[in-house]
Design a binder for this molecule. Structure first.
Ligand code: PLP
Length: 456
């Protein structure tokens, strides 16, 4: 009994946890106290009752804080992949954040026509912006581009054939494989050409009375190089039109500006695809477009309306928050001379070597003493970054990284410590070094103070 008396009762520890009780509630705090008490009983370190109660209260408070941390936490994306699917792809521009907050906080003219005072169209704001920017007759929005492709195929080609080149039967990742999507949509895949070469005559020979669509697919995450041939939409459009079959193009990334303006390789824009005579295009909201997750179907009005009236549209529709954010994002393209300033995705892609070098020097100077404390060498080194999300898979951008080389080896351990920082830092490991690409590190001051806690 003399030994047991060193263990405080539950209520004695609870008395030390008033603010935890207020935040987490009685049940949760009591559970955490009991868990720590049973650990203490097992250890029996001989401390007196009051000290043990205080120590348990501290540990309970830490356990509760840990359990209360959200799983979807903010991180620093230092991977060198600007649009990282596992880290949430595009960041919203500030006007999109404002629009999203307003949509969350207040009632919204979502499906309401303020001029007429009656029911309106859910997608009309986005439709107007897409039409203005791209020249498309009409447009609708769904949950993501995978949904846009599914809806388009179901609405326009169910029970019929969809003609696709064998070189474009892509798998995007996350089980998005074009042949499977076609099956789900109820359209029969009609493959033409070979893996490396498809000719206009292959398409022409395949078009028949049972053809629902001719489809082009952006190969996104791979490229066929060497002895290869694919047919452009400009070549294909007259053939499809003469046969009375719609030509559709799954563009993947929704590029709305000439990326060469920002020192990037040219990537075919939505406007270009439509000008080549494509009847419908599908593209993502959160890849190169730089907005929220969304999928846009744009082009010929009669075809867009067939998609809009299909029952799947209701199941795949976009929620009000992202709809508002998408409208605000698209508005930025009307004054597109400010895109580098206003759009995080464009800013990160356009970051030039001299501004990265200045950022690197500032960060390195600020963390100068850290290397000694964590027994690692810290220096700057040129690296290469990539766009990500299946956009321009073979193109890399010159970039700059903070390189952490642990003296005793153990890059994995250091990377794990970086992931446990107050704001987890996600880099990559190459040849025993942790590489933190600085391209997307806008928030320098926060990054620096966050990194300093590695020493603590
Ligand atoms: C990324 C991509 C998709 C899927 O788009 P999500 O918006 O991620 O659903 C479909 N097709 C192509 C060609 C893509 O690149």
């Amino acid at each position: 009994m003399g030994q047991r008396s060193a263990i405080p009762a539950v209520h004695e520890v609870l008395a030390l946890l008033a603010s935890e009780l207020d935040i987490h509630g009685h049940e949760m705090v009591t559970g955490a106290v009991r868990a720590q008490l049973s650990i203490t009983r097992a250890k029996n370190d001989g401390a007196n009752r009051a000290d043990t109660a205080a120590r348990i209260a501290t540990e309970v408070s830490r356990d509760l804080a840990e359990a209360a941390r959200p799983a979807l936490r903010r991180v620093f994306n230092m991977t060198g992949t600007v649009l990282h699917t596992n880290l949430g792809r595009a960041l919203y521009a500030e006007p999109a954040i404002d629009a999203a907050l307003t949509a969350m906080r207040y009632p919204l003219a979502l499906e309401y026509d303020l001029e007429e005072g009656r029911r309106g169209q859910r997608d009309s704001a986005v439709q107007q912006m897409v039409s203005e920017i791209t020249g498309a007759e009409d447009a609708i929005v769904v949950n993501n581009n995978a949904a846009a492709v599914l809806l388009m195929l179901a609405a326009l080609a169910a029970g019929k054939e969809t003609i696709v080149s064998r070189g474009e039967l892509i798998e995007i990742g996350g089980a998005f494989r074009m042949p499977d999507v076609m099956e789900s949509a109820g359209t029969q895949l009609r493959e033409v050409g070979t893996t490396n070469r498809t000719h206009l005559s292959d398409y022409a020979a395949a078009i028949g009375p049972n053809t629902g669509l001719v489809m082009k697919v952006h190969p996104s995450n791979y490229q066929v190089v060497g002895f290869s041939r694919s047919v452009s939409c400009a070549e294909l459009a007259p053939v499809a039109r003469a046969a009375g079959v719609p030509l559709v193009d799954d563009l993947g990334s929704g590029v709305l500006v000439e990326l060469a303006r920002y020192g990037l390789p040219h990537e075919r824009t939505v406007q270009e695809a439509l000008a080549e005579g494509v009847d419908l295009v599908t593209f993502s909201g959160d890849k190169l477009l730089g907005g929220p997750q969304a999928g846009i179907i744009a082009g010929r009005r009669d075809l867009v309306q067939l998609c809009a009236r299909h029952p799947l549209k209701r199941a795949l529709r976009l929620d009000k928050v992202r709809l508002a954010a998408l409208e605000a994002t698209l508005r930025l393209y009307r004054a597109d001379h400010h895109l580098v300033r206003d759009m995080p995705t464009i800013r990160h892609l356009a970051a030039d070597p001299s501004s990265l070098a200045e950022r690197g020097q500032r960060i390195l100077a600020a963390v100068a003493g850290l290397g000694e404390k964590i027994d690692a060498d810290l220096r700057l080194r040129p690296t290469s970054a990539q766009v990500g999300s299946g956009a321009m898979p073979l193109d890399v951008m010159p970039s700059l990284a903070l390189i952490l080389t642990p003296h005793g080896g153990g890059a994995d351990t250091l990377a794990a410590r970086l992931r446990r920082l107050p704001i987890p830092v996600i880099g990559r490991i190459e040849r025993g070094q942790v590489i933190l690409d600085l391209r997307c590190c806008d928030d320098e001051a926060v990054f620096i103070s966050n990194l300093q806690s590695l020493a603590g």
